[in-house]
Ligand binder design. Sequence first.
Ligand SMILES: Nc1nc2c(ncn2[C@@H]2O[C@H](COP(=O)(O)OP(=O)(O)OP(=O)(O)O)[C@@H](O)[C@H]2O)c(=O)[nH]1
Ligand SMILES: [Mg+2]
Length: 324
Amino acid sequence: MNSFELSSGRISEIRKNSFFVRFNGQELPAKLKGSFYEGDPEGFPVVGDYVSFEYNPAGDSVITGVKERKSLLMRPDQSKTGVMQYMVANVDYVFIVTALNEDYSYNRVARYSSLVQQGGAIPVVVLTKSDLCGNVGRYVREVESISENVRVHAISAIYDIGLDELEEYFEPGVTICFMGSSGAGKSTLLNALTGEETMKTGAVRESDSTGKHTTTHRQLIELENGVSVIDTPGMREVGMAGVQDGIDDTFADIIELESRCRFSDCKHDTEPGCAIKAAIESGELAPERLMLYRNLSNENTRNYAKKKEISKWHKAYKKYLENM
Ligand SMILES: Nc1nc2c(ncn2[C@@H]2O[C@H](COP(=O)(O)OP(=O)(O)OP(=O)(O)O)[C@@H](O)[C@H]2O)c(=O)[nH]1
Ligand SMILES: [Mg+2]
């Protein structure tokens, strides 16, 4: 390839403002073309993006464009400013990795499932450390009860239990992203599945079973079988913002029931002909699932309002600067 020829590759890693582009089995260091900084933050490349770039054999190549995305996962910034953080793109499956100890949370699985479906990927809950749990079946059933759109597998990476169930996802051309809390066993699972020490792993604190952020940045690895995997650092919080469709997909049965209420604006309170109340009475719908659906939706609406407020403020400030 000649220097400065336009090629296309895939973003494998981002460290501060240094980008790495995977091209022909190499990782090329790259920078962004200046115009990216004037555009929308959503247009910035993230790990997993396919990009066009000008090759520079002697130094940084220059990323000139981002190709259309098949999926894009995002979450609200942790500092609760209402700004979105774009995480990974072009992922087919997200392994929502949750350990079968104090890490396990019904609520968090629903949150991950919502953001994954919002982004256009398929959520697969992987319950790890099954060797430490005496009642694996109970947790599998509980995850299954959260959403009919979520798949679930219980595994032990250390004792090689259940790993064969995950093979069906490893089809050539597929991209799988591993997400979950620090210490949940994402990197250990990745190593077990690839049969080599691809990622560093770390011990967890005994006091609360959580990890110490052994993996510090997102990284895309291309395996020999043509599958790409993305390991990510542990996430502490999964806030809800801009993911109402994803929440509705997770709780698709509730949306379906609502459509059967006699009144289209039914509050499921005292209205006659309420399908939600009838489903709770018959035991078809668990009241705690309805509560979870409402809580996640309310949080999503609150954060969205905050985001709009910030963008209004941003625009006003820009106008003020322009008129100075
Ligand atoms: N008993 C048991 N321990 C496991 C299993 N999988 C992982 N571990 C242990 O859990 C600890 C954390 O594993 P990691 O793979 O580093 O966790 P991680 O999710 O990658 O954590 P971060 O990189 O910090 O986000 C390590 O001590 C692993 O040996 C398992 O299936 N069973
Ligand atoms: Mg890790």
